[in-house]
Ligand binder design. Structure first.
Ligand SMILES: [Zn+2]
Length: 205
């Protein structure tokens, strides 16, 4: 069977099943969305955000790109952020990196020539800034540590945006979370949470 045809057939049976379980499901979603979360992660096919967080349609507003970057010159992510915060009023923004990220590795080892080189510059910069400590580690640990540093750096960058600064000046949301997802065991590890009051106890938020 044509692989794309397989997706269309799967979609049809999914829609039928959802309707049979909850006849109002699609009508409710068609009326609008009120997601509580903006999810920013890597484009990697192994990080399916709704599956690994057991969330349903309507719960996550999503932006994905190579290496889950929040770049000040990326109008795409900035528009998504502004809409999520100011129109949808999400309460939590999650940047979820993942171990085994090819984009992060490419920034460390030298990406193939082309657009990726430029795209991954912020990760290469993080690597250079932490090179003294990272180069002491075996390659796999160095890669994993850079994945973590990258997620934290993106959350810190989010906190500097005018959208987040304005939101924090208005009230208590959003909370910003840096997480990392582990491909080998499917588990998410929280690394950092920022709120208008500053860094939060991870277990308390
Ligand atoms: Zn990745």
């Amino acid at each position: 069977m044509n692989p794309a045809r397989r997706l269309l057939l799967a979609n049809k049976s999914w829609a039928q099943e959802r309707r049979s379980i909850d006849p109002e499901f699609f009508a409710r979603l068609a009326n609008g969305q009120q997601p509580e979360f903006l999810w920013i992660s890597c484009s990697d096919s192994r990080v399916p955000e709704t599956q690994l967080t057991v969330t349903d349609a309507g719960e996550l507003f999503v932006h994905r790109n190579v290496a889950n970057l929040v770049r000040a010159d990326d109008r795409n992510v900035l528009c998504v952020l502004q809409y999520a915060i100011e129109a949808l009023k999400v309460h939590h923004v999650i940047v979820c990196g993942h171990y085994g990220c090819g984009g992060v590795k490419a920034a460390m080892t030298g990406p193939p020539p082309g657009r990726l080189t430029e795209w991954l510059e912020p990760v290469a910069d993080i690597y250079q800034r932490h090179r003294a400590e990272l180069d002491l580690l075996p390659e796999d640990e160095r890669w994993a540590k850079l994945v973590e540093l990258n997620s934290v750096a993106q959350v810190n960058r989010l906190a500097e945006t005018d959208v987040i600064q304005n939101a924090w000046a208005r009230g208590q949301y959003p909370y910003l979370h840096a997480w990392v997802y582990s491909l080998p065991d499917g588990l998410i590890q929280p690394l950092l949470t920022l709120s208008p009051k500053g860094p939060q106890d991870l277990l308390g938020t």
